[in-house]
Design a protein around this ligand. Structure first.
Ligand SMILES: Nc1nc2c(ncn2[C@@H]2O[C@H](COP(=O)(O)OP(=O)(O)OP(=O)(O)O)[C@@H](O)[C@H]2O)c(=O)[nH]1
Ligand SMILES: [Mg+2]
Length: 269
C-alpha cells in the first residue's frame, strides 16, 4: 500500500458540513464583487483550493498569504514574485492589526471608482486566518477565531466600511487531496480538523521530509527527541510518542522550530 493510501484510511477529507458550506458559498456568489482567498504562507501550493477558481469566475481577486510570521521570509519573497505574475497577492500577519493594513489597501484598490457598495467574500482552507483578517480590518474581535480548524461554521456578513461588506466563511478543504505530501502538510499547519488525522504520523512525516531536505543537518528535534526533552516518557524511560505528538504539532505552529515554509514555487530549484 502506498503511503498516501495508508494516510487516507485515517482521514475522511471532506466532512459533510464542508460540502454544505461550499454549496452555500456558491449560492451567495451572485452577490459578490471581490474574492479574497486566504492561504497559509507555509503551504502556498497545497493550501490553495482549485475549486475556488471555479466559484470566483472573473471577479477581481486578492490572494492573502497569512502567517507570514511563521513562514521562511526568503521563501515568501519567492512565492510573492511567482504568484504576483498572475494575480494580486500580499503576505501578512493576520494576528497583528498592523499586518492587515496591506489587505485594506489592496481592497481599496480593487474597489476604487465603484459607486455601488461592494461586497467581498473571504474564502480559504480551515484555520488559514480568514476570521482574524476580518477582525483586523474591523479593528475589533467581531468574528470568532481559535487555533483549530472548523471554528467558523456559518456564512456571516461584516460591514468594514460604509461602502464595503465582507463575508466570513467556514474553511473548505478540497474534496480530494491527492498527494500524500499535501496531506501531512495541511494537517501539520492545522488546516485539517483534529479528529481526522494521526498527529504521530504527521510529526514523523514532517521530520523525515526536513531531514531529507537538509541532508540530516537540521536542529529541529524529531518526535522521539522532542518527547524526551518535554518529559513525555513511559515507565522505564521510553519516549511516549503518542502523547508527545500533539505538543509537537503545537510547537511547530508556535514557531518553536523556527520559520519554516514547506514548499517552494514549482519553477524554483
Ligand atoms: N502566528 C500567526 N497566527 C495567526 C495568524 N493569523 C491568524 N492566526 C491564528 O490562527 C488561528 C486561526 O485563525 P482564524 O482567523 O480563526 O482562522 P479561520 O480561517 O477563520 O479558521 P476557520 O474559521 O476554522 O476556518 C487563530 O488562533 C489566530 O490567532 C498569523 O498571521 N500568524
Ligand atoms: Mg473563521
Amino acid at each position: 500500500m502506498s503511503a498516501g493510501a495508508e494516510f487516507e484510511r485515517v482521514i475522511q477529507w471532506y466532512p459533510g458540513h464542508m460540502a454544505a458550506a461550499m454549496r452555500r458559498i456558491g449560492e451567495h456568489m451572485k452577490l459578490i464583487d471581490v474574492v479574497i482567498e486566504v492561504v497559509d504562507a507555509r503551504v502556498p501550493s497545497s493550501g490553495s483550493n482549485p475549486v475556488l477558481d471555479a466559484i470566483a469566475g472573473q471577479r477581481p481577486r486578492l490572494l492573502v498569504l497569512d502567517r507570514e510570521d511563521l513562514a521562511d521570509p526568503h521563501a515568501t519573497t519567492r512565492w510573492l514574485a511567482y504568484l504576483g505574475r498572475r494575480r494580486r497577492v500580499v503576505a501578512v500577519n493576520g494576528r497583528e492589526r498592523s499586518g492587515v493594513t496591506a489587505v485594506g489597501y489592496h481592497l481599496a484598490q480593487l474597489t476604487a471608482g465603484r459607486r455601488a457598495a461592494q461586497r467581498a467574500i473571504v474564502v480559504g482552507l480551515p484555520n488559514s486566518g480568514k476570521s482574524s483578517i476580518i477582525n483586523g480590518l474591523l479593528k475589533r474581535a467581531a468574528a470568532k477565531t481559535e487555533d483549530r480548524a472548523g471554528v467558523t461554521r456559518a456564512l456571516q456578513w461584516f460591514r468594514v466600511q460604509p461602502n464595503l461588506e465582507l463575508m466570513d466563511t467556514p474553511g473548505i478543504l478540497v474534496p480530494k487531496i491527492d498527494s500524500a505530501q499535501a496531506q501531512w502538510k495541511l494537517a501539520l499547519v492545522g488546516a485539517v480538523p483534529r479528529e481526522r488525522y494521526d498527529p504521530e504520523d504527521v510529526a514523523t512525516r514532517f521530520h523525515a521530509w526536513l531531514s531529507e531536505r537538509t541532508k540530516g543537518q537540521t536542529r529541529v528535534p524529531d518526535l522521539a527527541a522532542f518527547a524526551r526533552g518535554r518529559g513525555f516518557v513511559r515507565h522505564g524511560g521510553e519516549a511516549n510518542l503518542h502523547n508527545a505528538a500533539q505538543s509537537y504539532l503545537k510547537a511547530f505552529n508556535d514557531g518553536t522550530f523556527g520559520r519554516l515554509t514547506l514548499e517552494l514555487p514549482p519553477d524554483d530549484p
